[in-house]
Design a protein around this ligand. Structure first.
Ligand code: GDP
Ligand code: MG
Length: 726
């Protein structure tokens, strides 16, 4: 089997090409950091099977980021039979900077000129023959997205793979040229890719200097003798400058721009979407629309505005999917609520069906009907709603909007002296904290990485969504969507405030510059969306059938038996679980939701959430806190939600955090999760509770709190700015 590597800038379409070639459904992302590790797959349409390796996106082969090191070492050490350099044709000049470096390695190279569809749509033209002549390697125009030209690309790459190639450089006729030749001679005889190593040595590349101290001495001497026209001996800058010069002189001819001055469609959309002032409100409106469409029981605001209420007398109101329990409806439900009600109905019926064969008075009947069908069903009934939510998130990702969100947030973060780069792994936390924490590997600074991992859980993940969906029903039909929206928002706000606090009390360092490419907007691909949803669905179903089902059985047992379990089933109030819960609930007493007769149940639900967050829902169901029966005040519900959002994530995420953090960082993270969730829950409960006692007192307290937060924010960011200057 032979091996081809895909190398290129972030966002040039490597993963899209990888998926097209291998038929897999790796995550196509619009921001850097999505592919940190290399990923492998098979291409089977040629005479021989070809292993395709999707390398992380890079702008150069310097050794500054983990992505650069991974990609570079792969090409040098693993010696793939061919490197497919994926190039974004809409952004040729910047992309070719990397190409000029890859060409210096002794390896067959083919340039895949991707996004030709977008070039055509803009009315531009690229003369491929011209490019080929200047680069000296084959160039094939493709569209990874539209699946055009990819087979031709592979055919040509396959032919190339049969040959050998020696590195070439565009630096030959510059002032660096003579130095390169001499440094090459000083390198060990049997070393491959001498040209590449020599040039990196001249640039002063740390890895090379360490590996070849002899040759480095010679390079340093030669550089000192050579006048370098105004770069103060900074040869890294000299080399970069020569590369860009060469590109802009030689590749101009290859590109024929149609509208030299005109703005592309994407530019026009971005004028609005990334507007300095309106972009954030616009983002909030879009997010609210999504939550409204997924979680609202009153889609058309019929009840909220006109006070209309639909009275449903029939057993099942087909058109709304709701009301099968005979309750009056708030209005026309959103699609999410509609689907959720139907799923709930289905699981209810399933329970009844089993009820025909067994009684819940027997232990096995109770286990199957109340335990498994009830518990797992409670989680499963939220699947359609969660999928719908992810459909919207996928649309935002695939169309290119999420990249803008990252850009907007980066801009906002920077105002506080925070690195925007950290925000991007965090955004992934909306899906799942595990990959989000892994994406933090893109951050160079270990301290920054630890903080990012710590805050990734503020972004409510897919497993927490069923908790909000369950609570949304209780908060009251008309406010369900607002409730969920505010929970997500709370997460973002707390993440920003926490980052500020850590910045102030932790070690300080520079905010590294962060380059982000905004891909052109395009209509989301149906196939991509379905692939994402399918992955999510699979993940949920597998999780429900394994971890959640298993923990449900354990919880069922603990809630139906006393310490003397050989004496048979007992009332839930006398169960083992009740004792454990009561004991622990004292810790959470100040947070409001652990008070009262049901307090221990919420405590237990929180506890089981440490296994998997969906377990909060199945536990509530098992303990008789089915959606209607949650007896918390609005303040209690918010405090409960906040606690579950900010506390320890599930076991899988905790394990990932441990693996990805520094040792000390991990312990701080654990402490942070415990403490922050407690404090936030406490504040929320008492502020909201004051509202219900005395609205004016509540408003006053809120104003004071807001003023305090704003004031400390200003003071903090001033101090941070001062620090970072020093
Ligand atoms: P990677 O960072 O190099 O792995 O890039 P991705 O594969 O994640 O793609 C980045 C963005 O470019 C995504 O929004 C893709 O849908 C888009 N994209 C990829 N290939 C093409 C293409 O051939 N044409 C167009 N118009 N867009 C593409
Ligand atoms: Mg990728």
């Amino acid at each position: 089997m032979i091996k081809f590597a895909l190398a290129g800038n972030p966002n040039c379409g490597k993963t899209t090409l990888f998926n097209t070639l291998t038929g897999s459904t790796a995550h196509v992302g619009n921001w850097p950091g999505v592919t940190v590790d290399k990923r492998e797959g098979l291409y089977k349409k040629l005479a021989e099977k070809v292993q395709i390796v999707d390398l992380p996106g890079i702008y150069s082969l310097s050794p500054y980021t983990p992505e650069e090191v991974i990609s570079r070492n792969f090409i040098l050490d693993e010696k793939p039979e061919c490197v497919i350099n994926v190039v974004d044709a809409t952004n040729l000049e910047r992309n070719l900077y990397l190409t000029t470096q890859i060409l210096e390695i002794d390896v067959p190279v083919i340039v895949a000129l991707n996004m030709m569809d977008a070039v055509k749509a803009n009315g531009d033209k690229i003369v491929i023959e011209e490019l080929q002549k200047v680069l000296g390697v084959p160039v094939v125009g493709i569209s990874a997205l539209k699946r055009e030209g990819t087979d031709e690309l592979m055919q040509k790459a396959f032919e190339l793979a049969q040959t050998k190639r020696n590195g070439t450089t565009i630096l030959e006729n510059t002032i660096v040229g003579p130095i390169i030749a001499k440094v090459k001679e000083a390198l060990p005889q049997d070393l491959g890719s001498k040209l590449f190593h020599a040039i990196k040595l001249i640039e002063g590349d740390e890895l090379e200097v360490k590996a070849h101290p002899e040759a480095d001495k010679i390079a340093t001497e030669l550089k000192a003798q050579q006048p370098d026209d105004g770069f103060d001996g900074d040869y890294e800058a000299v080399v970069a400058d020569r590369r860009y010069d060469y590109i802009s002189v030689n590749f101009k001819k290859a590109i024929v721009k149609a509208n030299k001055q005109g703005m592309t469609k994407s530019d026009k959309i971005d004028k609005v979407m990334t507007h300095r002032i309106w972009s954030i409100p616009l983002f909030l409106v879009i997010m609210f629309a999504v939550f409204h469409f997924v979680f609202s029981e009153d889609l058309l605001f019929m009840n909220a505005i006109f006070g209309l209420e639909i009275k449903s007398e029939t057993a099942v109101n087909f058109f709304t999917g709701m009301g099968y329990e005979g309750e009056p409806l708030g209005g026309i439900p959103s699609l999410g609520v509609f689907l959720q009600s139907w799923m709930g109905f289905v699981f209810d019926q399933l329970g009844e069906l089993f009820g025909l064969f067994m009684s819940t008075d027997t232990w096995y009947g109770a286990l199957i009907i109340d335990g498994i069908i009830g518990g797992v069903g409670a989680v499963a009934s939220f699947i359609p709603q969660i999928l719908l939510l992810f459909l919207f998130i996928s649309i935002m990702e695939d169309s290119g909007y999420m990249a803008r969100v990252a850009f907007i947030m980066d801009r906002a973060f920077r105002k506080f002296g925070l690195s925007g780069k950290a925000f991007i792994p965090m955004l992934m936390g909306f899906g799942c904290s595990v990959p989000a924490m892994m994406a933090a590997r893109t951050l160079e600074d270990t301290c920054e990485r630890d903080r990012t991992i710590r805050l990734a859980t503020c972004f409510s993940c897919g497993a927490k969504a069923p908790i909000w969906a369950m609570l949304a029903v209780v908060v009251g039909g008309f406010f369900g969507d607002i409730f969920v929206f505010t929970i997500y928002l709370l997460g973002i706000v707390i993440a920003i405030v926490s980052a500020l606090i850590m910045k102030l009390f932790g070690k300080n360092h520079d905010v590294p510059p962060f380059i982000m490419e905004l891909p052109a907007y395009h209509a989301p691909q149906f196939k991509n969306l379905m692939a994402h949803l399918w992955e999510k669905l699979k993940h949920y179903v597998v999780k429900a059938a394994t971890i959640i089902a298993a923990s449900t059985v354990v919880i069922w047992f603990l809630s139906n038996f006393g310490w003397a379990f050989w004496n048979g089933m007992v009332e839930i109030e006398n169960s083992i679980l009740a004792d454990i819960g009561r004991g622990l609930s004292y810790i959470f007493y100040p947070l409001g939701w652990a008070m009262g007769a049901d307090g221990w149940k919420y405590t237990v639900a929180t506890l089981t959430g440490l296994i998997a967050k969906e377990d909060v829902v199945s536990t509530c169901e098992l303990l008789g806190l089915a959606s209607g029966a949650i007896g918390l005040s609005t303040a209690g519900i918010y405090a409960f939600a906040a606690y579950n959002l900010f506390t320890l994530p599930c076991m899988a995420a905790v394990a990932t955090a441990k693996g990805e953090s520094t040792k000390k960082g991990f312990w701080v993270t654990l402490a942070w999760w415990f403490a922050s969730s407690y404090v936030i829950s406490l504040i929320i409960y008492w502020v909201l509770e004051l509202y219900s006692v005395a609205v004016w007192a509540g408003i006053l307290v809120t104003l004071v709190l807001v003023a305090a937060i704003v004031a400390s924010g200003i003071v903090l960011s001033r101090r941070i700015k001062k620090y970072s200057k020093e």
